[in-house]
Design a protein around this ligand. Structure first.
Ligand code: ATP
Ligand code: LTN
Length: 332
């Protein structure tokens, strides 16, 4: 069966950037692509490449899993699992490291950015991060990998590694393709619209988290950076702030930029922002209700157990196949 796979790091509460750029797209894909098997996992091994507080990490892993389901992922359609509960990921990552070059990992912009920001020692794990990501994907022979724009370079590296290994060891991996959503592929920070909205940004005002209460949601939108022109016009090159808010509006309300411009012709930011605050709140309300039902439930554990079982089976088989091709272990 053909497969689609993606991972998300438990590095902070889920925000509307990740939701609109990634989760919502997933929910759509599970219905639009019935011939594919879906795997989504919480990339907790990726999260520890930079220092993490134990209690916070544990809480975030479960929170993310519950939120994914609350956002509409159907556990009957999608295998949802926790990366560290499936040992083949770390094992495969090592095997791929032996087929990757220091030079190509050094070129990764995420590594360059994150290692620059790191105050204490930069770990080897941060450097080899892309080989773990390649392992995540290649273990499942994923044909498509839905990601945001920022992950495109890692996907390209995964393809290079897969092709290299295929040439050396007789076509063992499916070469994956990125699936990048067109609109909303990148939601920008509410405080600095030239940067992406990120859960690891120190400024909490830069984002709206899916679990934020109504008053915070509306406050964040009201205080989002725009410009002094005061008109509702989409121009992502010159007017990043208002264009970013229009993107959020467009995806949630399902209307085009032209329709938004028409609706707010002659009106100012206040009216637009008040409406957008309400639209975002109405989108998040049912998600928060479902999340509260799930977070401490047996249902969530059962979903994660089922996901782990399936992921274990598929990944273990691929891992052994590759080990065998390399010449490792005993021949059976
Ligand atoms: P960090 O800032 O800690 O690196 P992040 O907020 O970028 O984290 P990830 O866990 O790295 O979140 O991303 C999960 C998925 O959501 C990825 O496919 C990523 O590209 C996508 N994504 C994250 N932030 C945004 C955003 N602002 N707009 C669109 N897609 C996003
Ligand atoms: N690196 C990704 C998360 C991630 C991922 C993956 C995405 C880890 N493994 C495999 C797709 C496929 C990120 O930071 N967003």
């Amino acid at each position: 069966m053909k497969r689609i796979l993606s991972g998300i790091q438990p590095t902070g509460s889920l925000n509307i950037g990740t939701y609109l750029g990634s989760v919502k797209n997933f929910v759509k894909l599970q219905d639009e692509m019935p011939d594919y098997e879906f795997f989504i996992f919480i990339a907790d091994l990726h999260a520890i490449t930079v220092p993490k507080d134990k209690q916070k990490l544990r809480k975030l892993i479960k929170e993310l899993a519950a939120l994914y389901i609350a956002c509409g992922l159907d556990p009957e359609r999608v295998n949802l699992f926790i990366q560290s509960e499936v040992p083949a990921h770390a094992q495969m990552s090592y095997l791929l490291q032996c087929n990757s070059y220091i030079g190509e990992l050094e070129r990764m912009t995420q590594y360059k950015d994150k290692s620059r920001k790191q105050e204490t020692g930069v770990t080897v794990g941060l450097f080899t991060y892309p080989t773990l990501m390649a392992a995540d994907i290649l273990l499942y022979d994923a044909e498509y990998v839905p990601v945001g724009q920022d992950q495109k370079q890692h996907l390209e590296l995964t393809r290079d590694i897969a092709q290299r290994v295929n040439n050396k060891y007789n076509d063992i991996f499916t070469v994956p393709k990125p699936l990048i959503a067109e609109v909303g592929a990148k939601i920008q920070s509410l405080k600095d619209p030239t940067k992406k909205m990120s859960k690891s940004d120190d400024n909490v005002k830069s984002r709206i988290n899916l679990l934020d209460p109504e008053n915070i949601i509306k406050k964040r939108i009201r205080s989002a950076v725009t410009d002094s022109l005061g008109t509702i016009k989409y121009d992502p090159e010159k007017r990043e702030g208002i264009s970013n808010l229009m993107t959020i509006y467009s995806i949630i309300a399902g209307v085009s930029f032209d329709e938004i411009e028409e609706k707010y012709e002659g009106k100012g930011y206040k009216e637009f922002k008040d409406d957008l605050g309400e639209i975002v709140y109405q989108e998040l309300k049912p998600i928060q209700e479902r999340y509260n039902e799930l977070i401490n439930s047996k249902e969530l554990d059962e979903i994660l157990d089922k996901g782990q079982e399936r992921a274990f089976k598929v990944s273990q088989k691929k891992l052994y196949k590759f080990m065998h091709r390399i010449g490792l272990g005993r021949k059976r």
